[in-house]
Design a protein around this ligand. Structure first.
Ligand code: SF4
Length: 730
């Protein structure tokens, strides 16, 4: 732990010991409460960081009760100073737990008058101005969803999508939801009754805001451009901080696609002749005083728009030619899965790429720029004309003018987005296509994402906010913070001499007693896929049956999951055990079914390695099919590996291994959620037994009971362990 300068710690800080003590406020309100020293220490650390304007990185092992450990000091500090604190999470599960459970509890025991608010992204709210734009269309509208939204809009108090009794399709909700590029803020005629503004008012009154990482980054980015979504705050607590790199990288990514282009411009004028411009023309056709504006739109605006559209066909034809060239160069193309194709440095600057992608897309942006210009001129002309005539006409078109301004802003931001994409430096950004659908006429999304986000985080977060507290159950690798510091840019912060508090609080659980960790030593190497799969499936059948279900089987690839499930699932079914696989049902639904039937099993990949809670008898056995190294073929991973090599670093040691260890810790952590849980974690990857890096994995998880032997011996040991534990329960 770094040197800690404690100063000015006050009475509120001193309350922490009492609150968490055996006879304190929490204990009085919670029957099964047990004091945990790690929780108290973490809570004090959080308060110190808030109070002393410091950055803190805190690893809190499972069972520490980290949400209470940061909520208590957050409440105390916000009450004392009236400063606002933003708490950010990665998953909705954690947000729900905080807002529906933990916060209510802490607020009550502290008798606090602070009302924490869950902040939702503005896209969750209905935009009255957009809905107004659709009014004339709604008369002839047959889409039930849109009609239902319109009906609901007349009664709703919040305009929150969550109130709807159905989930509207993205395309429909896009038409009516608030979005930042379009929003006119105070300039909007609906400003006073705006749902987003109403929500913001509540947000402004609150001293503790709960957000997700995406909203946090979005707000930080807007603030750097002097636009405010959230009110002023200077202190952030980031939970599930091991995901911060992923969230930031996804937030600072840019995308362009053909389907996105046509969808975007269909708002202005669709193929069938509907949209903003035709609607406006129709309305103006009856007002002679606006005939010059009408002619300008009919003549100039529409012709520039049409030119952009007809040019777009040539542009996308050229791009299609290039996509064919790409597809002909790959060995195998699966229409259903598509491919990711990375554009490397040399290709990015090659003549072919320039001729077939950059240049045509630049031509398209020139067309968009022309349209933007003429659209802007049209708005000014329209505005001037309306200003100069009688009040009735002015009133009639007031909203339309506002609407046009909103769509102008949206257009501008769309244009800037493409320009940014075309000018990125391949040394700093990874550039790739997602290509999918029919080979003859493939669809594509063109993407750019920052290769590293360390400097971005430093510049936009650590250099800006006075206290940033990051916590998670999985931060360290081999009990060291180096990977997290390097990944998040904290190493640069340290170099500049700013103090960073970091500490790790061990789980209070007795893992030696609660967990049997096993690894068969005769399972074939994972590369040896046929033999490996055969043995893996045999092992799964035997052991899941002996445990009686209650199993999570976690894979690193969906393909392997399906292969295994197709064989093991029917076998379990024949033996009276239900099983589910990711992709078969909606994840949430599947998890509920799994929890409802303690003898069922669940075969999952990515999303089940973390953030999934299944405490108690429902989960007794976790199988990790392989060590979770990320696929080196993923464009972002590939670019990062090259980046590390360029810098003279070892990408395996600096990147692949720590990432895999964090994931491994997450997967391992699914098993024990409470002090009464027990069970088995099986790793079906022999590399853990002989590779030089194996100790890094083993040192990174809590010490438990280990068993290594042949598949048969391991299966017997599992059966023995579970039987023994069950008999002790009786
Ligand atoms: S203020 Fe923005 S979000 Fe609200 S109604 Fe107007 S444009 Fe829509």
């Amino acid at each position: 732990m770094s040197d800690l300068f404690l100063f000015d710690l006050d009475d509120r800080y001193n309350e922490i010991d009492d609150i968490f003590s055996e006879f304190g406020a929490i204990s009085c309100a919670k029957k099964d409460y047990e004091k945990r020293d790690g929780q108290v220490a973490m809570s004090k650390l959080v308060y110190e960081s808030l109070n002393n304007n410091e950055i803190a990185v805190i690893e809190a092992g499972t069972g520490i009760g980290k949400s209470f450990a940061y909520l208590v000091p957050a409440f105390l500090y916000a009450e004392k100073t009236e400063e606002r604190i933003v708490i950010s999470t990665h998953t909705i599960n954690l947000q729900n737990q905080l807002i529906n459970k933990d916060i209510l509890f802490i607020k009550e025991i502290l008798n606090s008058n602070i009302n924490p608010i869950l902040v939702k992204g503005r896209r969750n709210y209905l935009c009255n101005l957009k809905l107004y734009n659709l009014q004339s269309e709604l008369m002839f509208e047959t889409n039930k969803e849109l009609l239902d939204i319109d009906k609901w809009s007349k009664n709703t108090e919040t305009g929150d999508i969550e109130e709807l009794t159905f989930v509207p399709s993205d395309d429909i909700w896009d038409k009516v939801c608030s979005d930042k590029d379009f929003c006119l803020g105070r300039g909007c005629s609906f400003y006073k009754s705006c749902f987003v503004q109403r929500a913001r008012k509540k947000i402004e009154e609150s001293k503790i805001l709960i957000v997700n990482h995406h909203i946090l980054f979005s707000d930080i980015e807007m603030k750097s451009k002097n636009i405010n979504f959230l009110p002023f705050y200077d202190k952030i607590i980031i939970d599930e901080a091991h995901n911060i790199e992923k969230s930031a990288s996804s937030f600072f990514s840019y995308h362009f696609s053909k389907s996105g282009f046509y969808k975007f411009f269909s708002f202005y004028k669709s193929k069938s002749g509907l949209g903003l411009i035709p609607r406006l023309l129709y309305k103006m056709s009856k007002d002679i005083v606006l005939s010059d504006v009408y002619s300008f739109i009919d003549d100039k605006v529409i012709s520039v728009f049409n030119e952009m559209f007809s040019n777009s066909f040539n542009v996308f034809d050229k791009i299609r030619g290039y996509l064919h060239f790409i597809l002909n160069s790959v060995e195998y193309y699966d229409v259903n899965k598509g491919i990711q194709y990375r554009v490397k440095y040399d290709e990015w600057y090659s003549e072919e790429f320039n001729e077939n992608f950059i240049k045509p897309l630049f031509e398209l942006t020139n067309n968009i720029k022309e349209f933007l210009k003429i659209f802007g001129t049209m708005i000014s002309m329209f505005n001037e004309r309306v200003e100069g005539i009688d009040n009735e006409i002015k009133k009639k078109y007031e909203m339309d003018l506002k609407l046009l301004k909103g769509y102008y802003n949206k257009l501008k931001s769309y244009y800037e987005n493409i320009i940014f994409l075309l000018q990125v430096n391949p040394d700093d950004y990874v550039i790739w296509f997602d290509i999918f659908s029919k080979k003859e006429d493939p669809l594509f999304t063109f993407n750019v994402a920052p290769i590293k986000i360390d400097l971005l985080l430093k510049e936009k977060v650590f250099d800006v906010f006075s206290s940033v507290i990051m916590t998670s159950a999985t931060i360290t690798v081999n009990n060291k913070f180096d990977y997290f510091f390097n990944m998040t840019g904290l190493s640069y912060v340290l170099k500049e001499g700013r103090n960073i508090i970091y500490d790790s609080f061990e789980s209070p659980f007795n893992y030696k007693d609660q967990v049997l960790f096993v690894c068969p030593d005769d399972i074939p190497d994972v590369e040896n896929s046929e033999e490996y799969n055969e043995k893996l499936n045999d092992f799964l059948k035997k052991t899941i049956l002996s445990v009686g279900g209650s199993t999570f089987v976690l894979f690193t690839s969906y393909e392997q999951l399906k292969k295994s499930y197709n064989e093991v699932g029917p076998f379990l079914f024949d033996n009276g055990l239900k099983s589910y696989y990711q992709g078969g049902l909606n994840n949430q639904k599947m998890l509920e079914l799994f929890k409802d039937d303690i003898s069922s099993s669940l075969f999952g990949t990515d999303s089940f390695w973390e953030g999934v809670d299944a405490p108690g008898d429902t989960l007794r056995y976790v199988v990790l099919a392989k060590l979770p190294f990320r696929m080196p073929t993923n464009p972002i991973e590939e670019a990062r590996v090259e980046y590390y090599k360029r810098k003279g670093l070892n990408p395996f040691m600096e990147l692949s291994l720590p990432q895999a260890v964090i994931r491994f810790k997450q997967g391992f952590g699914r098993l024990i959620r409470t002090k009464n849980d027990y069970g088995v974690v099986a790793l079906l990857d022999r590399r853990i037994l002989y590779k030089s890096y194996s100790s890094v994995f083993i040192n990174s998880i809590p010490k438990c009971t280990y068993f290594v032997g042949s598949c048969d011996e391991v299966a017997n040991e599992i059966s023995k362990y579970i039987k023994n534990k069950e008999s002790m329960k009786k």
